[in-house]
Write a new protein. Structure first.
Length: 276
């Protein structure tokens, strides 16, 4: 029994010695951690909480806040270097991917600030105004019939032409089915209606006129529909003043993507690519 315990302890301490050796195996270049305001600022921007409603600029942080950021940076840097020292970036695709993301974020944070003017943004809006359109909207009710046999179609056509409620009660009421989605649609866009019906059916519905009468029948992938349109409005272009904030966000996002692509191409050109 004692011999087994000693054997287990020997194995345990052996593992500890190996781990200790791995922990202390580092390149001397890894021992120096350089810290300056630019490094801490980039670290702060890359790790700030994007859901925080109040964003404090790095230059407005207190000494205590900067000291906490500094401590966090040192911890992260040590852990990163140890991971690299152990070669985890070569064996763990998640770590390798995260390092690539951090590199991309660093490039984004160091891109030059855009010289924005109202003229530039208005020009961008004019070239991309298709992003700023209020879709056509429709309000309607429908009666759904799953059966689409010739007798049902003929009865529906007769009812639409005559709007005879007694005829509807006697010949069609028993054939009414439950539609999988909604019976009434209020101020819905084409894209929304398309998701409940189909491309073809949506075009036919939006081609109807506003009326107090039932119209149709219109066929969908589910069956037949009688439609009563209460209101319909055309698509409307939003003015620049209505969407200036959205224009600014899209402009910055697209410009950063373009600049990042160019900057990354420069970096790639500085490497020697060897196909092994």
């Amino acid at each position: 029994m004692t011999k087994k315990i000693l054997t287990i302890l020997g194995i345990f301490f052996g593992i500890l010695i190996v781990l200790f050796g791995l922990l202390n195996k580092r390149d001397q270049d890894f021992d120096a951690i350089i810290i300056n305001d630019n490094i801490l600022k980039n670290f702060y921007l890359a790790n700030r909480n994007l859901e925080d409603p109040v964003f404090i600029r790095y230059s407005d942080l207190s000494e205590i806040q900067i000291a906490l950021i500094r401590d966090d940076y040192i911890k992260r840097e040590v852990l990163k270097r140890e991971a690299l020292n152990w070669g985890l970036d070569k064996v763990d695709p998640i770590i390798s991917s995260r390092l690539s993301q951090l590199g991309e974020q660093f490039l984004v944070n160091n891109l030059p600030d855009e010289d924005l003017s109202e003229e530039i943004l208005i020009s961008f809006y004019n070239k991309n105004n298709h992003f700023y359109i209020d879709d056509a909207k429709i309000t309607f009710s429908h009666i759904f019939f799953r059966n689409s046999d010739e007798k049902t179609i003929a009865d529906l056509i007769y009812y639409v032409q005559n709007q005879n409620e007694q005829f509807f009660t006697n010949n069609l009421l028993s054939k009414v089915s439950v539609f999988p989605y909604q019976k009434n649609y209020a101020q819905r866009s084409e894209s929304f209606i398309r998701g409940h019906f189909s491309e073809k059916t949506t075009k036919e519905i939006f081609a109807l006129n506003s009326s107090t009468r039932w119209q149709g029948p219109i066929e969908s992938p589910y069956g037949l529909h009688l439609i009563k349109v209460s209101s319909i409005s055309d698509a409307k272009q939003k003015a620049y003043d209505e969407v200036s904030d959205l224009v600014l966000k899209r402009f910055i996002s697209e410009r950063k993507k373009t600049n990042l692509k160019l900057e990354l191409e420069k970096k790639i050109s500085s490497y020697q690519i060897i196909d092994d």
